[in-house]
Design a protein around this ligand. Sequence first.
Ligand code: X8Z
Ligand code: ZN
Length: 639
Amino acid sequence: MPRHLGSFTLRPLAIAALLGAGSCSPAASAPCPNVASDAAERDAAKPSASVAAAPTAADADAFVRETNAELRRRTEDADHAAWVKATYITPDSEFLDAKAREAMLEFLTRAIKESARFAGVPLAPDTARALYLLRYSAGLPAPSDPTKRARLAEIETELESAFAKGKYCSPKLKGKGEDKTGDCLTLDELNHVLEKERDYDLLLEAWRGWHTVSPALRKPYGELVELGNDGARELGFHDMSEIWKGGYDMSADDFERETARLWDAVRPLYEKLHCYVRARLAKRYGADRVPKEGPIPAHLLGNMWAQSWAGLYPLLEPYPGHGGVDLTKALVEHKYDAKKMVATAEHFFVSLGMAPLPATFWERSLFVKPRDREVECHASAWDLGLSGDLRVKMCIQVDAGDFLTIHHELGHDFYYQQYHSLPPLFQSGANDGFHEGIGDTIALSVTPAYLKEIGLVERVTDDPKADLNALLDRALHAIAFLPFGKLLDEWRWRVFDGRTPPSAYNQSYWELRRKYQGVVAPVARSEADFDAGSKYHVAANVPYTRYFLAQILEYQFHRALCRAAGQTGPLHRCSIYGNADAGRKLMAMLELGASKPWPDALAAISGERAMDPSAILDYFAPLSAWLDEQTKGERCGWD
Ligand code: X8Z
Ligand code: ZN
């Protein structure tokens, strides 16, 4: 899978994720390593590590050079195997993918162990940074026992494939899939039912149906956690969560506090939105099904995980008849197909001064779901072998949601393209939240005025009520997402560090969903279920806090780029389309890759050195005020 998505197996997107976060922040109470980290020092202090002559800074430079070269070679093998497997799932492609993963796991874990010998050596800054990134690259560290390692690679492939092939068959859903006749639906089709249909029982059937796929993943997932934790301990970490939280230029504890700070800042806005939506849903379904002061049943919010409520827009539109753009309708009317949607998104990036995507992008990408074979439809962006062989893999539908997702994916590809000349260990986002936030930053500039400029819509209105409609539409995506973006890894951090044993997987997941999202399961759940496994990123072992960070960061990027473009109006009306000054700022950040701590990258685009939730709050300020009016007298919250 694509490198930015990857957990750590160095599949296409893996290095970045895997290495994705690293670097030390002089700003925070971070372990600023121009020497390797504490855990590495502990390793180095062990007698076995002190046999060889004391290593020098020059040895470390040479080690980083060799590791970079080897990484490039091995990534090539792993990426091509992963691409074939993701776009053509068969027992043979699974076999080859598992083998390539295993080789990558072996190499990376070995390299990380070897790097521990440089602990305490005064290093050149770039070398120190490369070693730091390497150390935190192990999102799924492999145990050194070859049998265990092979099993780990096999489980990874197995979980991903089982998820991709999952279907639910029910006569109640007959005709609700793409082919309009069958009664076996894929995840995308079941999710589509949740987005478009409003019948309570039908929604329940689609929700329940998808949640029958993941119980089979529960056991292998538990095994993955055990083996991954074995690997983490061999590297000197307590467990995998320490690695997942540890690569953000600050200590793992500081990172946990940092995400809590960001969530606390946006939670009041989420609670207002929840309050408004709950009242509308109570009207639609009755107070017996949607209790006035309690959590909302999770299947009513228009998405399998209630992470985007955009499907509910028609039910919630603040000012019907006051305009706003129906982007899906515009795309259909203008006869856009998948390729044209991608070309339009590419054109936006190019308008900022970036080089177009290579010809091979158009020849080798997968844009539509093939009819004759199993593929992984979860969208992803790739740079195979770190060689500029950029691609996307997506089962594109002609609708507004996928138009925005295409921008998201191209954000990854243009990031790859901008940092392409850096050594492999630096070919990554400043942190993984940056990587996830680039395309979405551009999507914030997909305003009605921009759509008019490119001829997709004929008229735009100046009516402030239309602005509110558009703001609510976006909030149903962005603000609704925040608690889910926060909780999924909180669940995994607890699973990894042992606070949540397998016997409490489901209970813990629903406690967090209730606490953060204010939703509850619509039917009784038990430990026979594995509801966290209904989410791709759990099955595929992809960290998720990155999307939470991205959601905060992209408004900060947008604010900075709008300022660079000299736009002084409200943020939700700003589009940087065609603006070279904004483009230069953006590129200045992208081309740093992971070569510098993320505060430096943030400073390159915005002059700021801390993640700042005030940008997203400013953006939605008019909506926030409107929601205050709408929810006056209501008892918001759910406990
Ligand atoms: O997984 C993705 C992207 C690929 S990196 C399509 N996203 C998260 C999700 O689908 O849950 C984008 C938003 C959050
Ligand atoms: Zn992404």
